[in-house]
Design a protein around this ligand. Sequence first.
Ligand code: NAG
Ligand code: NAG
Ligand code: NAG
Ligand code: NAG
Length: 387
Amino acid sequence: MPEMRMKPSRNFLLGLCSMLALGFLYYSSGRISLRGWSNISLYDSQGFLVKLDGSLPLELLYKYGNLSEGACKPGYAAAKMSAIYPKFAKLEPMFLDPNYKRYAKIGDYSPPFGVKSQEKIIDILLSATNNYGLGEELDSMSCKTCIIIGNGGILANKSLGPRIDEVDVVVRLNEAPVKGFEKDVGSKTTMRITYPEGAIQKTERYESQSLFVLSAFKALDLRWLRYMVFNQRLEQLHSTIHLADAFIQSNVHQRRSTDGFWKSVAKHVPREPSDMRILNPYFIQEASFKLIGLPHNNGQMGRGNIPTLGAVAITMALHTCDEVAVAGFGYNMSTPHAPLHYYEKIRMSAIKESWTHNISKEKEFLMKLVKAGVIQDWTNGICGAGC
Ligand SMILES: *[C@@H]1O[C@H](CO)[C@@H](O)[C@H](O)[C@H]1NC(C)=O
Ligand SMILES: *[C@@H]1O[C@H](CO)[C@@H](O)[C@H](O)[C@H]1NC(C)=O
Ligand SMILES: *[C@@H]1O[C@H](CO)[C@@H](O)[C@H](O)[C@H]1NC(C)=O
Ligand SMILES: *[C@@H]1O[C@H](CO)[C@@H](O)[C@H](O)[C@H]1NC(C)=O
């Protein structure tokens, strides 16, 4: 057994656990193989339990069992997540606040995974917005339910609107419309997470109340936000940005995409600075490198290592909400004629292979969450026929 290195490392302890649990099985079947033992792990390469057992500690079960039917369960999503993913550490603020430089994990990476060398502009933005939470009412709640509304066609004609409106925090993504679709998607919007290319362009389509949350995928996105926060005209910024258009559209070269936008962007966001926020980029970093397991690429944006905004929003919710639901997630490729989005006629078959995202790896991650009951999928598009 020369390949078995006996180092008192975590791996070894883990191996020892597996040995204790499984040793007698091997023994009784007479198939003793030390080589096999050193490879046995209860966890997959991302650190999730292979056998997704999301059972909760007894004391939590008692605590939740005593709550009335349908009441918000404090700490439920994080407890479930920790049960299948022991590395999970809940404490991460939703938005950047003036203490953000103390969040070590984001200081080492440039956008989209961190804030490195963007400190100056972030300081300017934060002093202008001067608000860093969800608002007094939501921040003071001891238990918050959240729902992330994906834009999938699967949301259509399910009349989930009234149920969605009962959730404390309703998160919408990019330009997903509400007006005219209330029956299916609800009318409440607590926040809209977006980036310049995804933001609503027609100012009249913005809700009158909701937080405008930037998820910065590149340094330029923060510069764009500065124009929006200070209500400046965008022409000057535009003259510097055409370089990278070709780059992202052609999806070939692996160059840093800090030069430009990849499609036209909103020129005005009709919200007060006090209603604008910067999403904590830790959620992008964690979703990509840890939870989904996308290529690290030296901490730079590269092929297939950017999580979709939906996965980023779910990661955020796991850290900041007590219960997490989703709706409108999951594309079913075996129904090419079904609508891709709930709000337009484009069909499923229009979806293209993405250069930035890895939809199949991401789906594996989302399936783990649904299967273990960490999140509730109200439209059942993530697991579909079964997980
Ligand atoms: C739950 O209720 C039972 C009986 O009503 C009580 O004995 C128990 O202490 C309660 N547990 C918690 C955690 O409140
Ligand atoms: C929803 O229902 C309307 C009216 O019945 C129909 O035209 C539309 O195609 C349906 N949408 C989906 C996604 O099933
Ligand atoms: C997605 O991940 C799989 C498995 O790691 C890999 O084979 C595939 O090439 C990736 N796709 C993209 C678009 O990066
Ligand atoms: C996709 O749609 C087909 C046809 O309606 C259905 O049989 C299948 O179960 C769906 N798959 C998923 C993953 O939802």
